[in-house]
Design a protein around this ligand. Structure first.
Ligand code: BTN
Length: 269
């Protein structure tokens, strides 16, 4: 897609997109990070449903301050949301976003799985990631930015060698280019359905569905945080999406966040 057709197509797409969760779609050729732009807009008072989309990012950000390589061919999108929920339920948003991505990918005949909390994978390789950033004002949520990066038509040679071995793209998995706007249309429709359910507090249903895609539950895992490493069997997630782990000593641990590594994949994770 050249730049002119990108401009024309994105304007057309925005005009015809009729989903409640996308009130205003802002499309850019390049940004440093859609999350950073969305955060600036949210701090400036942008309404819920403002969505920032970029064709490339020069400083895409991942979890744990990692870099999210963002060449042309990927989808880089950030939602500004202002949900009226208890702050501890915010963790269900990236869980739900992973579900949205998995369902979108599945609609292309692939079999995605989700590694807790929100890495979407196909054939054990990462295809999408989610970065949530939120700001709280006097115990209530001011805004949440749900940033999603999806490897659509990315050729692995455009990624660095370390990322290449553990990631994949829709193009690699389906064997053909996936039409950008058709993918986005399916993705926004799924996100809309999810967000309706989320605002209606249908949290258990969302978690139930998330579990059906999870490749974490039942696995021997290691959780790495900045201060500790915990090993055990992942056996469930609670009502806020926190991971429940049983250690070798039989202790039950509740994991709020951390890097999740599968022991049987330590070379690939
Ligand atoms: C992860 O580490 O798995 C999360 C990656 C999140 C990347 C997306 S791309 C769109 C948005 N903007 C960013 O800078 N990061 C997120």
């Amino acid at each position: 897609m050249d730049e002119t057709s990108f401009d024309k197509k994105s304007t057309e797409f925005s005009k015809n997109l009729a989903v409640d969760v996308v009130k205003k779609l802002l499309v850019f050729e390049n940004l440093d990070s859609t999350n950073r732009t969305a955060k600036d807009l949210a701090r400036g008072g942008a309404e819920e449903g403002t969505v920032v989309l970029a064709q490339t990012q020069s400083k895409g950000r991942g979890r744990f301050d990692r870099v999210w390589q963002s060449p042309k061919g990927g989808v880089y999108v950030s939602f500004i949301l202002r949900p009226h929920i208890a702050p501890e339920k915010v963790s269900l948003l990236p869980i739900g976003a992973a579900l949205v991505v998995a369902k979108t990918i599945e609609s292309y005949g692939l079999h995605p799985t989700i590694k807790w909390p929100n890495d979407v994978r196909v054939n054990r390789k990462k295809i999408a990631g989610i970065l949530l950033e939120s700001e709280i004002k006097t115990d209530t949520i001011d805004f949440v930015i749900v940033g999603i990066g999806m490897n659509l038509n990315i050729d692995s040679c455009t990624l660095s060698a370390d990322i290449r071995v553990r990631s994949t793209s829709m193009k690699s998995e389906t064997g053909a280019e996936v039409e950008y706007y058709e993918f986005l249309r399916r993705f926004f429709k799924e996100f809309d359905e999810f967000y309706h359910r989320f605002t209606k507090q249908q949290h258990s249903k969302i978690l139930q569905e998330w579990k059906s895609y999870s490749d974490t539950l039942g696995k021997e895992i290691r959780i790495q945080t900045s201060t500790e490493s915990i090993q055990g069997t992942a056996f469930d997630v609670d009502q806020s999406g926190f991971l429940l782990l049983k250690t070798e000593k039989g202790e039950i641990k509740k994991i709020l966040s951390g890097d999740c590594l599968y022991l049987d994949e330590l070379d690939h994770t």
